[in-house]
Design a protein around this ligand. Structure first.
Ligand code: FAD
Ligand code: NAP
Length: 322
């Protein structure tokens, strides 16, 4: 039978943003509920080494970090629900989310932490070699390719920024693009073309990621998009940078978004245009997209949710007294 779960703070998403909001919310006595979604623990559960999350001298594993974060959130009083939200009603004053299981979740505040997913090429070898040479995040994984050959696939701002970033670690960076002009802004293109460590390969589509004898990435099979000619490029690492898709389908027509679907918030805060509804992590941040920034904005969302409820409760108490 369907159940209605009520909480002072309903959190959708269990990546670093949602779990950080939960830790702060629980410690503030809001008894949060986290609805975990299809990917409990979020994007870090599909990676291996994480070397840039503060607090750990040695390399840690993404799935382990997320298990620890979840355990910490539960330890301080969060209720975890293995469920997927399928629709939301933001008309308030209580925010309602309906789920796949049929259960209803009601929150006096709502924290949206549904994240974003990197878009992939969907060609053979890509998934199999993910984490073994194929990545979608240069800031996360570039360090592992110090002094090695890397390629970046894509022609937008992200691809150019990733290529420029990778020159911090590698002297041989190749940008592979399917056309003969880039979509990236002119200023980024100027920097790219001026960088002697970067070569651009035009008009090439990746047909396949090829495995080496050591089980890691060895090469990419390419096809010329104009002539159909086939070629191969040897590489140690490949960074797919063809865009990200924020998980905001649920909020279309209900909350303001930018042209690529990221939720818009009041600058410098996690506040959406609806008082009591907050957005944190990758779902509202197309620039930084890191676990630490997601966790930071999750913390901000919980602090703002607590303040929102304190003001609301004070105003209601004053009304009763009057
Ligand atoms: P996510 O981690 O994307 O979590 C989103 C959550 O929302 C998930 O739990 C999902 O199940 C849930 N959800 C979505 N829709 C629904 C729904 N309808 N109902 C309920 N729940 C829902 N960052 C680093 O700082 N260091 C790294 O080394 C690093 N490595 C990375 C490696 C890879 C392969 C990838 C893909 C990313 C990496 N990142 C890294 C980036 C980092 O993982 C993200 O910035 C971070 O996870 C964003 O956190 P988030 O909480 O905003 O969202
Ligand atoms: P994007 O602008 O959509 O560019 C995606 C790139 O990937 C395009 O060059 C596209 O090729 C290519 N591509 C898409 N699908 C492909 C496929 N299947 N095979 C091969 N190539 C494929 O995405 P983005 O670069 O991630 O940027 C997203 C948004 O964030 C943009 O609005 C961007 O301006 C913004 N952003 C801004 C900054 C900044 O301001 N510094 C930094 C990063 C991102 P085509 O060109 O042929 O379509």
């Amino acid at each position: 039978m369907a159940t209605t779960h009520k909480t002072r703070m309903l959190i959708i998403g269990s990546g670093p943003a949602g779990l950080s909001a939960a830790i702060y919310g629980a410690r503030a006595g809001m008894e949060p509920i986290v609805v975990q979604g299809l990917q409990p623990g979020g994007q870090l559960t599909i990676t291996t080494d994480v070397e840039n999350y503060p607090g750990f001298r040695e390399v840690i594993q993404g799935p382990w970090l997320m298990q620890e974060m979840e355990a910490q959130a539960v330890h301080v009083g969060t209720r975890m629900m293995y469920d997927i939200i399928t629709s939301v009603d933001l008309s308030g004053p209580v925010f309602t989310a309906t789920s796949d299981s049929g259960d209803i979740y009601e929150g006096d505040t709502l924290v949206i932490a549904t994240g974003a997913q990197a878009q992939w090429l969907g060609v053979p070898g890509e998934q199999e070699l993910s984490g073994k040479g194929v990545s979608a995040c240069a800031t996360c994984d570039g360090f592992f390719y110090r002094g090695k050959k890397v390629v970046v696939i894509g022609g937008g701002n992200t691809a150019v920024e990733e290529a420029l970033y990778l020159t911090n670690h590698s002297d041989e960076v190749t940008l592979i693009h399917r056309r003969d002009t880039l979509r990236a802004e002119k200023i980024l293109q100027d920097r790219l073309f001026a960088n002697p460590k970067i070569k651009v390969v035009w008009d090439k589509r990746v047909e396949r990621f090829m495995e080496g004898e050591d089980g890691g990435l060895r090469a990419l099979a390419l096809i010329d998009t104009k002539t159909g000619e086939q070629s191969e490029i040897l590489t140690d690492g490949a960074f797919v940078a063809i865009g990200h898709a924020p998980a905001t389908e649920l909020f279309k027509g209900k909350l303001a978004m930018d042209e690529t679907g990221y939720l818009l918030v009041e600058p410098g805060t996690p506040k959406t245009a609806i008082p009591g509804v907050f957005a944190c992590g990758d779902v509202m941040d197309h620039v930084y997209r890191q676990a630490i920034t997601a966790a930071g904005t999750g913390c901000m969302a919980a602090l703002d949710a607590e303040r929102y409820l304190a003001h609301r409760d004070f105003a209601e108490a004053a009304k009763v007294e009057a």
